[in-house]
Design a protein around this ligand. Structure first.
Ligand SMILES: C[S@@+](CC[C@H](N)C(=O)[O-])C[C@H]1O[C@@H](n2cnc3c(N)ncnc32)[C@H](O)[C@@H]1O
Length: 276
């Protein structure tokens, strides 16, 4: 280790040591939370993967190559609290930060949302889904602070609201064996299609998870039973989200027509969930 000379160097040195201690303490605390209860292990096979193992598995060169591509999609079918999802997001964001080193403007922001849109998770247990979404959101918020030195909640309401909308659509409750949710409905996910002509525009296309396994029957968005309920338009970015970043459900007015497809919108506007 190099000798610290000036006072400033000494302070920097101590600070970096403190950061290392804090980071390893965080990791140790996380390790202690790998099992929630013996009953959950027996019933659901719930044992979370430690961070070091997640990193080791993701360090495989072909996976690393995929992580460099912002649009390459990842799906974790037994997501737990998001051990893999969060690390995949963190590494994707790290690449984006490095590739956009000299900018923290619009292009970088768009890239961070595309990264989020490429990561999917399904989890059986509701409390894990809530935790996984919150953990994904935390990674996104921390990355914003790291890159810009600012607080996303104060500086970028739309970006944060759009990020939350994407996380809510991509990390969902469901049983990946039966392809259904806890109330017996088909698991739905959203594909985020980049417009061929306008790179900052996105079309959200909802599909059933089961169609990924069905070569013969394509998911049909226009089936009568496949109606997407429009969310209330009058929601407020702040008062309508609970502490976990979950949108507080509101009943749509009875007279509102049922619509089927999301509008193609600027990626920063996906939180509006506008339908055609
Ligand atoms: C071994 S843990 C792994 C969690 C996470 N992937 C990780 O590495 O930390 C398995 C997870 O799968 C969930 N699970 C069990 N059966 C499932 C099913 N049929 N569909 C979706 N998730 C399921 C459990 O609730 C648990 O969170």
């Amino acid at each position: 280790m190099e000798q610290a000379n000036t006072n400033e160097e000494k302070v920097n040195h101590v600070n970096s040591e403190l950061r290392l201690i804090a980071a390893s303490r965080e990791e140790m605390e996380a390790e202690a939370r790998l099992i929630k209860s013996r009953e959950r292990v027996q019933k659901h096979g719930e044992v979370f993967t430690p961070l070091w193992m997640v990193r080791l598995m993701l360090s495989n060169p072909p996976i690393q190559e995929k992580l460099r591509d912002v649009h390459t999609t990842f799906l974790e079918p037994a997501a737990g609290e998001g051990a893999f999802l969060t690390e995949i997001l963190r590494q994707k964001l790290e690449h984006i930060n490095a590739d956009t080193q000299h900018t923290r403007g619009a292009n970088w922001k768009y890239q961070t949302l595309w990264a989020l849109m490429s990561i999917y998770g399904i989890e059986l247990l509701e409390d894990n889904v809530v935790a996984a979404r919150r953990n994904m959101c935390d990674v996104f918020i921390r990355n914003y602070a790291q890159k810009t030195g600012r607080d996303i909640m104060e500086r970028d309401e739309e970006l944060l609201a759009s990020a939350r909308t994407v996380i809510r659509a991509n990390v969902v409750q469901g049983n990946t064996l039966t392809h259904t949710t806890s109330d017996g409905r088909p698991i739905e996910l959203s594909e985020w299609r980049q417009s061929a002509r306008r790179k900052r525009k996105v079309e959200r296309v909802v599909f059933r998870y089961e169609t990924l396994f069905d070569d013969e029957r394509e998911g049909n968005l226009f089936d009568e039973e496949y109606v997407v309920e429009p969310p209330s338009r009058e929601f407020n970015l702040f008062t309508d989200y609970d502490r976990n970043g979950e949108l507080i459900a509101k009943e749509p007015p009875a007279d509102r027509p049922r619509r089927r497809q999301y509008k193609e919108v600027d990626i920063m506007q996906v939180y509006r969930e506008e339908l055609c």
